[in-house]
Design a protein. Sequence first.
Length: 168
Amino acid sequence: MPGFPLYTADRIRAAVNLADLVEPVADAFTAVADPEQAVQQSDIVVTATASPTPVLFGSWLRPGQHITALGADDPAKRELDGAGLRRATRVFVDSRELALRYGDIHAAIARGEVTDERIDGEIGDVLAGRIPGRRTPDDITVAKLIGIGPQDLAAAETALALLERTDG
């Protein structure tokens, strides 16, 4: 399949999302009708929803994948099911404190699907080299991001600096 698979529950929204992308970037994506198909065809999966129920299931995952889940940011939202968190070999969060109070990990703990020990560490510790991220090529890694303003700002500043460096 040419391009990266892009799935959204609203097929019209998927077409609009593709149309809104800058032409060279839009060509890199192909809208797909099935979320499982999108996950199985991807090495990197990004979820960004406000869903109260899981949209990504552990049974869809395969060795070597990375999942970044950034939409479930309050106690009522959930993008990943408990099986996905259990299948992951490494789970990292932006804030352990927030992950235990909001979103996917909070919901999985409340349902008895995982414990707080499922969190392997914080993203900042991985980036600083204090703890390892992916340990083997077959690791299934999850980055569960609730959203921390200073981290978001630092990421945006880094992306802008890289863009300005390559633009000139």
